[in-house]
Design a protein around this ligand. Structure first.
Ligand code: FDA
Length: 303
């Protein structure tokens, strides 16, 4: 049953029609609990509040699958405004981007050039830019774009998904690149990805421990307290310095735990999505966790 529900919401997240309609309708179904508004000025206030609690942030200008180069160029312009705001306000904040918002689905070289424009400005401001990992059909292309960018820029990294069998090899190859480790949010075939949650969790822990023993910075991105507790113990036992890793969670999820980890002295970063293009992101969150669907239903009934 859980698998059917998950597949339904993943299917909805990919609907071009619903994604474009939702942009016009604005937030509903409780999406505002997980998406920090639509304006740069609004999200800047959210970042300031979290920074005041000792939490750093990464901003995601919501959107994926640009329909043409014009739309991708508009997304780039918005991202450059966000970088200016981070610098102007001296926020403790970096950026997360999805390459299909910047034209990876249209033209790979165009996407590389667009990313270079972004990284040039980010480098000037000393801001790190993380490339989110999307569906497996974009995986090779994303790594190729990363390689091309790394020839010129050091302020860029990406995400490794523990549901992929090949994650361990890719992580080894990217051993000098800042990486975020996640479980993986898309529906993937069994020829490339583990389907069983226990396998995915075990792989996550193996990958994270391997990285923590290395020298390059790693973001451990999960809401799973069992994984976090095991890695906290591992970090203590191995005397791993807190400048080598951080925990990350999504905005609106387990807020108490986010603040507790920061209070305990662990480096913590909240991933904050904002913008009008919220539908695909929100549907993937519903696919992950049936309890989020309950929240949505309550919201639909009582508002
Ligand atoms: P999961 O959803 O598997 O939950 C495990 C257990 O944790 C649950 O059974 C429950 O006990 C507990 N739990 C989880 N959420 C809870 C809650 N809200 N309240 C109480 N208990 C809870 N994916 C991707 O493919 N590409 C990407 O680039 C990214 N980027 C990214 C950034 C960040 C910061 C995060 C946190 C996640 C991503 N993801 C992602 C999504 C990721 O791949 C994954 O789908 C989700 O994080 C869900 O998996 P979890 O590890 O959080 O735990």
């Amino acid at each position: 049953m859980t698998t059917i529900i998950r597949n339904v919401f993943i299917g909805l997240s990919n609907s071009k029609f619903l994604n474009s309609q939702a942009k016009k309708w604005g937030f509903f179904l409780g999406a505002d609990k997980f998406v920090a508004g639509t304006t740069i000025s609004g999200v800047v206030e959210t970042v300031k509040e979290l920074n005041a609690k000792g939490i750093s942030c990464t901003l995601d200008n919501l959107g994926e699958f640009a329909v043409d180069k014009q739309e991708a160029t508009e997304a780039k312009a918005h991202i450059l405004e966000i970088l200016n705001a981070i610098d102007n306000e001296q926020l403790d904040c970096h950026l997360s981007v999805k390459l299909t918002q910047l034209g990876l689905n249209l033209d790979q070289q165009f996407c590389i050039d667009t990313m270079k424009d972004i990284l040039e400005v980010a480098e000037r401001y000393d801001i790190f830019v993380n490339i989110d990992m999307e569906h497996y059909s974009y995986y090779e292309m994303t790594l190729d774009v990363l390689d091309a960018l790394r020839e010129q820029y050091n302020n860029v990294g990406t995400v490794i998904q523990s549901y992929l069998y090949r994650a361990v090899d890719d992580l080894a190859r990217l051993n000098n690149v800042r990486i975020r480790i996640v479980k993986g949010a898309y529906k993937e075939d069994s020829d490339v990805a583990y389907q069983d949650n226990q396998d995915i969790d075990r792989h996550f822990i193996t990958l994270a421990k391997h990285r923590l023993l290395g020298d390059t910075f790693t973001s451990i991105a999960t809401h799973d307290h069992r994984i976090i507790n095991e890695l906290k113990t591992f970090v203590d036992e191995h005397g791993i310095s807190t400048d080598r890793f951080e925990f990350q969670m999504l905005y609106g999820f387990r807020n108490d735990m986010q603040e507790k980890l920061a209070r305990e002295g662990y480096p913590f970063c909240t991933y904050i999505p904002f913008g009008r293009d919220w539908f695909g992101y929100f549907m993937r969150r519903l696919a992950e966790r049936p309890q989020n669907i309950n929240l949505m239903l309550k919201d639909a009934l009582y508002t």
